[in-house]
Design a protein around this ligand. Structure first.
Ligand code: NAD
Ligand code: ZN
Ligand code: ZN
Length: 389
Protein backbone atom coordinates (compact mmCIF):
# COMPACT_ATOMS: atom_id res chain seq x y z
CA UNK A 1 0.00 0.00 0.00
CA UNK A 2 0.92 3.66 -0.14
CA UNK A 3 1.74 5.57 3.03
CA UNK A 4 3.11 8.96 3.96
CA UNK A 5 6.44 8.36 5.68
CA UNK A 6 8.73 10.53 7.82
CA UNK A 7 12.11 10.63 6.10
CA UNK A 8 13.90 13.23 8.23
CA UNK A 9 13.53 16.82 9.36
CA UNK A 10 11.25 18.66 6.91
CA UNK A 11 11.01 15.60 4.67
CA UNK A 12 7.99 13.33 4.15
CA UNK A 13 7.50 10.96 1.24
CA UNK A 14 4.62 8.81 0.00
CA UNK A 15 6.12 5.33 -0.39
CA UNK A 16 5.10 1.75 -1.04
CA UNK A 17 5.11 -0.19 2.23
CA UNK A 18 3.75 -3.59 3.32
CA UNK A 19 0.00 -3.73 4.09
CA UNK A 20 -0.85 -3.86 7.81
CA UNK A 21 -1.92 -7.22 9.26
CA UNK A 22 -3.90 -8.30 12.30
CA UNK A 23 -1.27 -8.90 15.01
CA UNK A 24 -3.56 -9.33 18.01
CA UNK A 25 -7.08 -10.72 18.42
CA UNK A 26 -8.37 -7.25 19.37
CA UNK A 27 -7.05 -5.56 16.20
CA UNK A 28 -8.99 -4.33 13.19
CA UNK A 29 -7.66 -3.17 9.84
CA UNK A 30 -9.27 -0.05 8.42
CA UNK A 31 -9.21 1.10 4.79
CA UNK A 32 -8.63 4.81 5.24
CA UNK A 33 -11.07 7.08 3.39
CA UNK A 34 -9.99 10.43 4.89
CA UNK A 35 -7.03 11.51 7.01
CA UNK A 36 -5.78 14.92 8.09
CA UNK A 37 -2.54 16.72 8.89
CA UNK A 38 -2.39 18.10 12.43
CA UNK A 39 -0.33 20.77 14.19
CA UNK A 40 1.11 17.85 16.17
CA UNK A 41 2.43 16.33 12.93
CA UNK A 42 4.39 19.53 12.41
CA UNK A 43 6.32 18.83 15.60
CA UNK A 44 7.51 15.57 14.01
CA UNK A 45 8.04 17.22 10.61
CA UNK A 46 10.17 19.91 12.24
CA UNK A 47 12.27 17.35 14.09
CA UNK A 48 11.16 18.31 17.61
CA UNK A 49 10.56 14.70 18.63
CA UNK A 50 13.80 12.74 18.78
CA UNK A 51 12.34 9.23 18.67
CA UNK A 52 11.25 9.18 15.01
CA UNK A 53 12.86 6.71 12.59
CA UNK A 54 13.26 7.09 8.87
CA UNK A 55 10.30 5.43 7.15
CA UNK A 56 7.83 5.75 10.06
CA UNK A 57 4.25 6.12 8.79
CA UNK A 58 2.70 9.41 9.94
CA UNK A 59 -0.87 10.37 10.79
CA UNK A 60 -3.18 10.14 13.80
CA UNK A 61 -6.38 11.71 12.43
CA UNK A 62 -8.15 9.17 10.23
CA UNK A 63 -11.36 7.32 9.47
CA UNK A 64 -12.47 4.66 7.06
CA UNK A 65 -14.04 1.27 6.51
CA UNK A 66 -13.28 -1.84 8.55
CA UNK A 67 -11.89 -4.49 6.19
CA UNK A 68 -10.69 -7.10 8.69
CA UNK A 69 -11.26 -7.85 12.37
CA UNK A 70 -9.35 -10.04 14.81
CA UNK A 71 -11.17 -12.99 16.47
CA UNK A 72 -11.64 -11.10 19.77
CA UNK A 73 -13.28 -7.99 18.32
CA UNK A 74 -16.94 -8.04 19.32
CA UNK A 75 -18.56 -4.77 18.33
CA UNK A 76 -17.06 -4.07 14.89
CA UNK A 77 -17.69 -5.90 11.66
CA UNK A 78 -16.24 -5.83 8.18
CA UNK A 79 -17.92 -3.00 6.29
CA UNK A 80 -18.47 -0.74 9.34
CA UNK A 81 -17.56 2.89 8.85
CA UNK A 82 -15.51 4.23 11.77
CA UNK A 83 -13.63 7.26 13.07
CA UNK A 84 -10.50 6.25 15.02
CA UNK A 85 -9.37 8.25 18.10
CA UNK A 86 -5.67 9.17 18.13
CA UNK A 87 -4.74 7.77 21.58
CA UNK A 88 -4.74 3.99 21.72
CA UNK A 89 -6.48 2.83 24.88
CA UNK A 90 -7.22 -0.59 26.39
CA UNK A 91 -10.45 0.47 28.12
CA UNK A 92 -9.71 -1.68 31.16
CA UNK A 93 -6.77 -0.22 33.13
CA UNK A 94 -7.04 2.19 36.07
CA UNK A 95 -6.50 5.22 33.82
CA UNK A 96 -9.08 4.11 31.24
CA UNK A 97 -11.60 3.43 34.01
CA UNK A 98 -11.22 7.07 35.07
CA UNK A 99 -11.80 8.18 31.48
CA UNK A 100 -8.14 9.19 31.15
CA UNK A 101 -7.67 7.34 27.86
CA UNK A 102 -4.64 9.28 26.64
CA UNK A 103 -2.68 8.00 29.62
CA UNK A 104 -3.79 4.36 29.27
CA UNK A 105 -1.31 2.11 31.05
CA UNK A 106 -1.35 -0.75 28.55
CA UNK A 107 -0.75 0.57 25.07
CA UNK A 108 2.81 1.84 24.98
CA UNK A 109 5.20 -1.05 24.30
CA UNK A 110 8.06 1.46 24.63
CA UNK A 111 6.99 2.76 28.04
CA UNK A 112 10.59 2.74 29.27
CA UNK A 113 11.61 5.21 26.58
CA UNK A 114 8.67 7.49 27.44
CA UNK A 115 9.53 7.33 31.15
CA UNK A 116 13.01 8.61 30.38
CA UNK A 117 11.58 11.77 28.82
CA UNK A 118 8.29 12.19 30.70
CA UNK A 119 8.59 10.51 34.10
CA UNK A 120 5.75 8.05 33.47
CA UNK A 121 4.43 6.73 30.19
CA UNK A 122 1.24 8.02 28.54
CA UNK A 123 -0.77 5.93 26.04
CA UNK A 124 0.48 4.91 22.63
CA UNK A 125 -0.50 7.23 19.76
CA UNK A 126 -0.83 6.40 16.06
CA UNK A 127 2.04 7.74 13.96
CA UNK A 128 3.64 9.60 16.82
CA UNK A 129 7.20 8.28 17.23
CA UNK A 130 8.70 5.34 19.07
CA UNK A 131 8.47 7.05 22.42
CA UNK A 132 4.68 6.76 22.07
CA UNK A 133 4.60 3.19 20.88
CA UNK A 134 5.94 3.32 17.34
CA UNK A 135 2.48 2.58 15.91
CA UNK A 136 2.21 3.11 12.13
CA UNK A 137 -0.12 6.03 11.43
CA UNK A 138 -3.20 6.62 9.33
CA UNK A 139 -1.86 8.78 6.49
CA UNK A 140 -1.96 5.60 4.45
CA UNK A 141 -4.29 3.43 2.45
CA UNK A 142 -4.77 1.05 5.39
CA UNK A 143 -4.10 1.15 9.12
CA UNK A 144 -4.01 -1.45 11.88
CA UNK A 145 -6.17 -0.36 14.81
CA UNK A 146 -5.35 -2.06 18.14
CA UNK A 147 -8.06 -2.34 20.82
CA UNK A 148 -10.62 -1.89 18.07
CA UNK A 149 -13.41 -2.69 20.57
CA UNK A 150 -12.56 0.35 22.64
CA UNK A 151 -11.58 3.26 20.41
CA UNK A 152 -13.34 3.52 17.06
CA UNK A 153 -16.82 5.02 16.88
CA UNK A 154 -19.23 3.76 14.22
CA UNK A 155 -20.79 6.31 11.89
CA UNK A 156 -24.05 4.76 10.84
CA UNK A 157 -25.86 7.59 9.14
CA UNK A 158 -25.28 9.77 6.12
CA UNK A 159 -22.81 12.20 7.68
CA UNK A 160 -19.96 12.99 5.27
CA UNK A 161 -16.34 12.15 6.15
CA UNK A 162 -15.56 15.85 6.51
CA UNK A 163 -18.24 16.30 9.17
CA UNK A 164 -16.97 13.50 11.41
CA UNK A 165 -13.24 13.08 10.63
CA UNK A 166 -12.16 15.59 13.28
CA UNK A 167 -13.77 13.51 16.03
CA UNK A 168 -10.46 11.62 15.78
CA UNK A 169 -8.62 14.49 17.47
CA UNK A 170 -8.98 18.22 17.04
CA UNK A 171 -12.70 18.64 17.74
CA UNK A 172 -12.58 16.80 21.10
CA UNK A 173 -9.21 18.46 21.84
CA UNK A 174 -10.61 21.97 21.43
CA UNK A 175 -13.68 20.85 23.39
CA UNK A 176 -11.53 19.46 26.21
CA UNK A 177 -9.60 22.75 26.36
CA UNK A 178 -12.88 24.62 26.84
CA UNK A 179 -14.12 22.07 29.36
CA UNK A 180 -10.95 22.49 31.43
CA UNK A 181 -11.92 26.18 31.80
CA UNK A 182 -14.99 25.30 33.95
CA UNK A 183 -16.93 28.02 32.13
CA UNK A 184 -19.61 29.94 34.02
CA UNK A 185 -22.07 32.45 32.57
CA UNK A 186 -20.35 35.80 32.00
CA UNK A 187 -16.88 34.31 31.62
CA UNK A 188 -14.34 35.73 29.20
CA UNK A 189 -12.04 33.08 27.76
CA UNK A 190 -8.82 33.79 25.84
CA UNK A 191 -7.43 31.29 23.35
CA UNK A 192 -3.84 31.53 22.10
CA UNK A 193 -3.55 30.04 18.61
CA UNK A 194 -6.13 30.41 15.82
CA UNK A 195 -5.21 27.09 14.24
CA UNK A 196 -7.88 24.39 13.88
CA UNK A 197 -7.49 23.38 17.54
CA UNK A 198 -7.87 26.96 18.74
CA UNK A 199 -10.86 27.43 16.43
CA UNK A 200 -12.59 24.40 17.98
CA UNK A 201 -11.70 25.65 21.48
CA UNK A 202 -13.48 28.90 20.58
CA UNK A 203 -16.55 27.04 19.30
CA UNK A 204 -16.55 24.76 22.37
CA UNK A 205 -16.27 27.66 24.82
CA UNK A 206 -19.33 29.33 23.30
CA UNK A 207 -21.31 26.06 23.36
CA UNK A 208 -20.44 25.85 27.07
CA UNK A 209 -21.83 29.32 27.73
CA UNK A 210 -18.86 31.70 27.62
CA UNK A 211 -19.83 35.34 27.33
CA UNK A 212 -16.90 36.29 25.11
CA UNK A 213 -14.02 34.32 23.60
CA UNK A 214 -10.90 36.12 22.45
CA UNK A 215 -8.54 34.44 20.00
CA UNK A 216 -4.89 35.48 19.55
CA UNK A 217 -2.70 34.76 16.52
CA UNK A 218 -0.77 36.63 13.87
CA UNK A 219 -2.38 35.18 10.71
CA UNK A 220 -5.32 37.31 9.62
CA UNK A 221 -6.89 34.52 7.56
CA UNK A 222 -6.89 32.15 10.55
CA UNK A 223 -8.26 34.83 12.85
CA UNK A 224 -11.09 35.34 10.34
CA UNK A 225 -12.00 31.64 10.63
CA UNK A 226 -11.97 31.98 14.44
CA UNK A 227 -14.23 35.03 14.09
CA UNK A 228 -16.69 32.88 12.17
CA UNK A 229 -16.84 30.68 15.28
CA UNK A 230 -17.67 33.86 17.23
CA UNK A 231 -14.24 34.94 18.50
CA UNK A 232 -13.00 38.47 19.10
CA UNK A 233 -9.73 38.38 17.15
CA UNK A 234 -6.44 39.85 18.35
CA UNK A 235 -3.50 40.01 15.97
CA UNK A 236 -0.52 39.99 18.30
CA UNK A 237 1.62 41.77 15.74
CA UNK A 238 -0.87 44.64 15.56
CA UNK A 239 -2.11 45.11 19.11
CA UNK A 240 -0.73 44.91 22.63
CA UNK A 241 -2.30 41.64 23.76
CA UNK A 242 -2.13 42.46 27.46
CA UNK A 243 -3.71 45.88 27.06
CA UNK A 244 -6.47 44.50 24.86
CA UNK A 245 -7.26 41.70 27.33
CA UNK A 246 -7.32 44.09 30.30
CA UNK A 247 -9.64 46.42 28.37
CA UNK A 248 -12.09 43.58 27.73
CA UNK A 249 -12.14 42.38 31.35
CA UNK A 250 -12.32 45.52 33.49
CA UNK A 251 -8.61 45.25 34.22
CA UNK A 252 -8.74 41.73 35.72
CA UNK A 253 -7.71 39.47 32.85
CA UNK A 254 -9.63 36.57 31.26
CA UNK A 255 -11.30 34.05 33.60
CA UNK A 256 -9.48 31.25 31.81
CA UNK A 257 -6.79 31.04 29.16
CA UNK A 258 -6.24 28.23 26.68
CA UNK A 259 -2.85 27.53 25.10
CA UNK A 260 -3.73 26.03 21.70
CA UNK A 261 -0.26 26.76 20.35
CA UNK A 262 2.28 24.50 22.03
CA UNK A 263 5.81 24.20 20.69
CA UNK A 264 4.66 26.06 17.59
CA UNK A 265 5.25 29.33 19.52
CA UNK A 266 8.94 28.70 19.26
CA UNK A 267 9.08 28.49 15.52
CA UNK A 268 6.44 31.13 14.77
CA UNK A 269 9.03 33.62 15.91
CA UNK A 270 12.53 32.72 14.69
CA UNK A 271 14.03 34.97 17.36
CA UNK A 272 12.51 32.68 19.98
CA UNK A 273 13.43 29.48 18.28
CA UNK A 274 16.64 28.17 19.75
CA UNK A 275 16.45 24.45 19.97
CA UNK A 276 19.02 22.15 21.43
CA UNK A 277 18.48 18.69 19.96
CA UNK A 278 20.81 16.97 22.38
CA UNK A 279 19.25 18.38 25.55
CA UNK A 280 15.67 18.49 24.26
CA UNK A 281 15.42 21.99 25.66
CA UNK A 282 13.84 25.11 24.23
CA UNK A 283 15.39 28.34 25.42
CA UNK A 284 13.94 31.79 25.13
CA UNK A 285 16.35 34.64 24.68
CA UNK A 286 14.08 37.57 23.82
CA UNK A 287 11.37 39.47 25.65
CA UNK A 288 8.58 38.42 23.23
CA UNK A 289 6.69 35.98 25.47
CA UNK A 290 5.80 32.56 24.21
CA UNK A 291 2.11 31.75 24.25
CA UNK A 292 2.04 29.74 27.48
CA UNK A 293 3.86 32.43 29.43
CA UNK A 294 1.54 35.10 28.03
CA UNK A 295 -1.49 32.97 28.99
CA UNK A 296 -0.24 32.55 32.56
CA UNK A 297 0.76 36.20 33.01
CA UNK A 298 -2.58 37.51 31.73
CA UNK A 299 -5.04 35.10 33.33
CA UNK A 300 -7.02 36.73 36.15
CA UNK A 301 -6.17 35.92 39.77
CA UNK A 302 -7.57 32.52 40.68
CA UNK A 303 -8.21 31.65 37.02
CA UNK A 304 -7.48 28.52 34.99
CA UNK A 305 -4.80 28.00 32.35
CA UNK A 306 -5.57 25.05 30.06
CA UNK A 307 -2.65 23.70 28.05
CA UNK A 308 -3.80 21.68 25.06
CA UNK A 309 -0.91 22.77 22.82
CA UNK A 310 1.66 19.98 22.71
CA UNK A 311 5.04 20.33 24.43
CA UNK A 312 8.02 18.00 24.56
CA UNK A 313 11.02 18.30 26.79
CA UNK A 314 11.60 21.34 28.96
CA UNK A 315 10.75 25.03 28.97
CA UNK A 316 12.94 27.63 30.62
CA UNK A 317 11.60 30.83 32.22
CA UNK A 318 8.36 29.20 33.22
CA UNK A 319 6.52 31.77 35.41
CA UNK A 320 5.89 29.53 38.42
CA UNK A 321 5.81 32.60 40.66
CA UNK A 322 2.65 33.83 38.93
CA UNK A 323 1.00 30.40 39.12
CA UNK A 324 1.71 30.10 42.84
CA UNK A 325 1.19 33.64 44.12
CA UNK A 326 -1.97 34.30 42.08
CA UNK A 327 -3.71 30.98 42.83
CA UNK A 328 -3.83 29.87 39.21
CA UNK A 329 -4.86 26.37 38.23
CA UNK A 330 -2.86 24.75 35.48
CA UNK A 331 -4.45 21.89 33.53
CA UNK A 332 -2.96 20.03 30.58
CA UNK A 333 -3.18 16.90 28.53
CA UNK A 334 -3.39 15.00 25.33
CA UNK A 335 -7.08 14.66 24.65
CA UNK A 336 -8.98 11.73 26.16
CA UNK A 337 -10.77 11.50 22.82
CA UNK A 338 -12.76 8.33 23.56
CA UNK A 339 -14.84 9.95 26.28
CA UNK A 340 -15.97 12.81 24.00
CA UNK A 341 -16.92 10.79 20.92
CA UNK A 342 -20.59 10.05 21.58
CA UNK A 343 -21.58 13.49 22.94
CA UNK A 344 -19.75 15.31 20.14
CA UNK A 345 -21.15 13.04 17.42
CA UNK A 346 -24.60 13.88 18.80
CA UNK A 347 -23.80 17.61 18.58
CA UNK A 348 -22.72 17.19 14.95
CA UNK A 349 -25.89 15.26 14.17
CA UNK A 350 -28.07 17.88 15.86
CA UNK A 351 -26.38 20.63 13.87
CA UNK A 352 -24.86 22.40 16.92
CA UNK A 353 -21.50 22.24 15.18
CA UNK A 354 -20.27 21.42 11.68
CA UNK A 355 -16.53 20.81 12.10
CA UNK A 356 -15.86 20.99 8.36
CA UNK A 357 -15.53 24.78 8.60
CA UNK A 358 -11.80 24.44 9.40
CA UNK A 359 -10.90 22.71 6.11
CA UNK A 360 -9.14 24.77 3.45
CA UNK A 361 -7.35 22.10 1.39
CA UNK A 362 -8.31 18.68 0.07
CA UNK A 363 -5.49 16.69 -1.53
CA UNK A 364 -4.87 13.13 -2.66
CA UNK A 365 -2.59 11.19 -0.30
CA UNK A 366 0.12 11.33 -2.98
CA UNK A 367 0.36 15.06 -2.41
CA UNK A 368 0.98 14.78 1.34
CA UNK A 369 4.47 16.35 1.02
CA UNK A 370 2.95 19.48 -0.54
CA UNK A 371 0.23 19.46 2.13
CA UNK A 372 2.80 19.40 4.94
CA UNK A 373 4.74 22.26 3.42
CA UNK A 374 1.66 24.41 2.83
CA UNK A 375 0.30 23.75 6.32
CA UNK A 376 3.56 24.51 8.08
CA UNK A 377 4.45 27.58 6.01
CA UNK A 378 0.86 28.91 5.95
CA UNK A 379 0.98 29.03 2.14
CA UNK A 380 -2.20 29.68 0.19
CA UNK A 381 -4.02 30.54 3.45
CA UNK A 382 -3.76 26.90 4.53
CA UNK A 383 -5.68 26.12 7.72
CA UNK A 384 -6.42 22.36 7.61
CA UNK A 385 -5.49 19.74 5.02
CA UNK A 386 -7.55 16.61 4.44
CA UNK A 387 -5.86 13.82 2.45
CA UNK A 388 -7.74 11.12 0.58
CA UNK A 389 -5.93 7.86 -0.16
P1 NAD B 1 -1.41 24.90 13.93
O1 NAD B 1 0.05 24.82 13.81
O2 NAD B 1 -2.25 24.88 12.69
O3 NAD B 1 -1.84 26.24 14.72
C1 NAD B 1 -1.06 26.85 15.69
C2 NAD B 1 -1.34 28.36 15.63
O4 NAD B 1 -0.65 29.02 16.70
C3 NAD B 1 -0.84 29.00 14.33
O5 NAD B 1 -1.90 29.64 13.66
C4 NAD B 1 0.23 29.98 14.81
O6 NAD B 1 0.31 31.16 14.03
C5 NAD B 1 -0.22 30.27 16.22
N1 NAD B 1 0.82 30.80 17.10
C6 NAD B 1 2.14 30.53 17.12
N2 NAD B 1 2.77 31.24 18.07
C7 NAD B 1 1.82 31.96 18.71
C8 NAD B 1 1.84 32.87 19.80
N3 NAD B 1 2.97 33.17 20.45
N4 NAD B 1 0.66 33.43 20.19
C9 NAD B 1 -0.50 33.13 19.56
N5 NAD B 1 -0.58 32.27 18.51
C10 NAD B 1 0.56 31.69 18.10
O7 NAD B 1 -1.80 23.73 14.91
P2 NAD B 1 -3.19 23.08 15.38
O8 NAD B 1 -3.44 21.89 14.56
O9 NAD B 1 -4.24 24.10 15.55
O10 NAD B 1 -2.70 22.57 16.81
C11 NAD B 1 -2.39 23.50 17.82
C12 NAD B 1 -1.65 22.83 18.96
O11 NAD B 1 -2.49 21.83 19.54
C13 NAD B 1 -0.37 22.11 18.53
O12 NAD B 1 0.60 22.27 19.55
C14 NAD B 1 -0.80 20.67 18.48
O13 NAD B 1 0.29 19.80 18.68
C15 NAD B 1 -1.74 20.64 19.65
N6 NAD B 1 -2.67 19.51 19.69
C16 NAD B 1 -2.90 18.96 20.91
C17 NAD B 1 -3.76 17.92 21.04
C18 NAD B 1 -4.06 17.37 22.41
O14 NAD B 1 -4.57 16.27 22.51
N7 NAD B 1 -3.79 18.09 23.47
C19 NAD B 1 -4.40 17.39 19.93
C20 NAD B 1 -4.18 17.99 18.69
C21 NAD B 1 -3.30 19.04 18.58
ZN1 ZN C 1 -3.83 15.80 15.78
ZN1 ZN D 1 -6.10 1.49 29.48
Amino acid sequence: MKANCWMGRGDVEVRDVPDPRILNGHDAVVRVTSTAICGSDLHLYDGFVPTMKKGDILGHEFMGEVVEVGPDVRNLHVGDRVVVPFPIACGRCAACELGLYSVCENTNPNAGLAEKFLGHSPAGIFGYSHMLGGYPGGQAEYARVPFADVGPIKIEDGLADEQVLFLSDILPTGWMGAEMCEIKPGDVIAVWGAGPVGQFAVAGAYLMGADQVVCIDRFAYRLRIAERAGATALDYEEVDVREALLDLTAGRGPDACIDAVGMEAHYANPALYAYDRTKQATRLETDRPYALREAIMNCRNGGIVAVIGVYAGFLDKFPMGAVMNRSLTLKAGQCHVQRHLKPLLAKIREGDIDPSFVITHRLPLDEAPRGYQMFRDKQDECNKVVLTP
